[in-house]
Design a protein around this ligand. Structure first.
Ligand SMILES: NC(=O)c1ccc[n+]([C@@H]2O[C@H](COP(=O)([O-])OP(=O)(O)OC[C@H]3O[C@@H](n4cnc5c(N)ncnc54)[C@H](O)[C@@H]3O)[C@@H](O)[C@H]2O)c1
Ligand SMILES: [Zn+2]
Ligand SMILES: [Zn+2]
Length: 441
């Protein structure tokens, strides 16, 4: 079968690889119809997330059809359409039962303290092949796979694999409540999805910060207030827009590949910190293999975190979902301490949120499709990766149509992502029963 395969830093290829087989009673084989490229995949190729093995299939976002099930999978049959949550969890341990699926005790072969397991990631993340392929082996399929109603097509479902659950989780981490002013740092797919999630969770105002013009436009299409960090100092802008107070809640949707502003007042203000950021970049990406302007690691790894802390109101909350790998050692801890900030972070507990999000989409309350700005066939996956890496105009989120017929939603295809608002008529707080039960994110 065809798959996107990691060979080294700056080196991914479209390879022919063997089809996966059932290895455990709780496995399923899923025939992928639609996959997607994520900002997380870029960290592996730029060198800001270490530990990938040569030959690993990439990708952790997919919609597909169950092809085969192991004898332990009692709730699904071949032919069922499913969305695949990015992280893998056993469903049995105390962490899974409490909703912390990303901290499962059993899914990682390295043991209970070895960390989150996800598809197409480093060996430390379980060493699982990914979903940018024609078929994938899904461990703990009886827990992970979420069935899709016929009314939710691939275009509506593909962003429920990772993007919307992570954005929802980020908004929960940030403790968004009714009327809060929320700043979202980063207008990639996660930041974009966080707009609708923050709004449904009750946000009063939403301010989005990025330096890429068409991504800011996509945020404005959703009626977020936008700040271009190459035109304004984003901390000053957010403080000014909030009457000198700052944002009650901040979501960091950037992570380790944060970039310095190229020009404008924020670039001037940061000039004296150039050496500090160079040092952080060397720490975050000790090895790298850029190809001209492609696969270049972020040149200011702590900058999104620094801005988040500075633009937060006193006693505010920061929810960090942008990824920071273990080698990153810099955070503006003292500034956060002095403002009595609450800091929450981590890998999304996808399985906790995906079923509710499927219901919201099926009910017409949430429409993820405008965020899919490109829909390409697997044969064009490598070019799509490069365009997404360079944040080229129009390449905010790429869905990969893996199975031709099965993939492209009727009437969508190339026209995906024309930019309509993504909350279909829902304003105001909507809490699920699960949420009302406790404050665990
Ligand atoms: N926690 C989780 O479970 C989880 C899940 C999925 C993705 N992620 C992470 O979320 C992050 C965003 O993912 P994505 O797919 O949206 O990626 P992306 O790379 O498309 O988005 C990052 C955005 O941040 C912007 N940016 C860069 N420097 C900035 C700065 N200094 N200030 C403000 N914005 C800046 C970029 O222009 C880009 O639009 C990544 O780190 C990804 O790994 C985390
Ligand atoms: Zn992803
Ligand atoms: Zn578990």
């Amino acid at each position: 079968m065809k798959a996107v395969v990691w060979h080294g830093l700056g080196d991914i290829r479209l390879d022919d690889v063997p089809e996966p087989k059932i290895e455990d009673a709780h496995d399923a084989i899923v025939r992928i119809t639609t996959s997607a490229i994520c900002g997380t995949d870029l960290h592996f190729i730029r060198g800001t997330m270490p530990g990938m093995r040569e030959g690993r299939i990439l990708g952790h976002e997919a919609v597909g059809v169950v092809e085969e099930t192991g004898p332990g999978v009692r709730n699904l049959r071949p032919g069922d359409r499913v969305v695949v949550p990015s992280t893998v969890a056993c469903g049995t341990c105390s962490y899974c039962r409490a909703g912390y699926y990303a901290q499962c005790d059993n899914a990682n072969p390295g043991g209970p303290r070895a960390g989150t397991v996800f598809f197409g990631g480093p060996e430390a993340a379980g060493g699982l092949d990914g979903l940018q392929a024609e078929y994938a082996r899904i461990p703990y399929a009886h827990v992970g796979l979420v069935p899709l109603p016929d009314t939710v097509d691939d275009a509506q479902a593909i962003l429920l694999s990772d993007i919307y659950p992570t954005a929802w989780f980020g908004a929960r981490l940030a403790e968004i409540g009714a009327g809060d002013t929320v700043a979202i740092v980063g207008a990639g797919p996660i930041g974009q999805a966080a707009i609708a999630c923050a709004r449904i969770q009750g946000a009063g105002r939403i301010i989005v910060v990025d330096g890429v013009g068409d991504r800011l436009e996509l945020a404005r299409d959703q009626h977020a207030e936008t700040v271009d960090f190459n035109a304004e100092d984003p901390v000053e802008a957010v403080v000014r827009l909030t009457g000198g107070i700052g944002a009650d809640r901040v979501i960091d949707a950037v992570g380790v590949d944060a970039q310095r502003p190229s020009h404008g007042p924020a670039a001037d203000a940061l000039r004296s910190q150039g050496e500090q950021f160079d040092h952080e970049r060397d720490e975050a990406a000790p090895e790298q293999n850029p190809d001209g302007g492609t696969w270049v690691p972020g040149d200011a790894p702590s900058l999104a975190a620094r801005w988040a802390v500075r633009m937060a109101a006193k006693a505010g909350t920061i929810g960090t979902v942008g990824v920071y790998p273990p080698q990153v050692q810099h955070y503006p801890f003292g500034e956060a301490f002095m403002k009595n900030l609450t800091l929450k972070m981590g890998n999304c507990n996808h399985r906790r949120y995906v079923p509710d999000l499927v219901s919201m989409v099926a009910a017409g309350r949430l429409d993820p499709t405008p965020l899919i700005t490109r829909w390409v066939g697997t044969e064009d996956a490598l070019d799509a990766y490069r365009s997404f890496d360079r944040r080229e105009p129009g390449w905010t989120k790429v869905a990969l149509g893996v199975a031709g017929d099965g993939s492209v939603a009727p009437g969508l295809g190339e026209a995906a992502g024309t930019g309509a608002a993504t909350t279909a008529g829902t304003q105001g707080r909507v809490a699920t029963d699960q949420e009302r039960g406790g404050d665990r994110s």
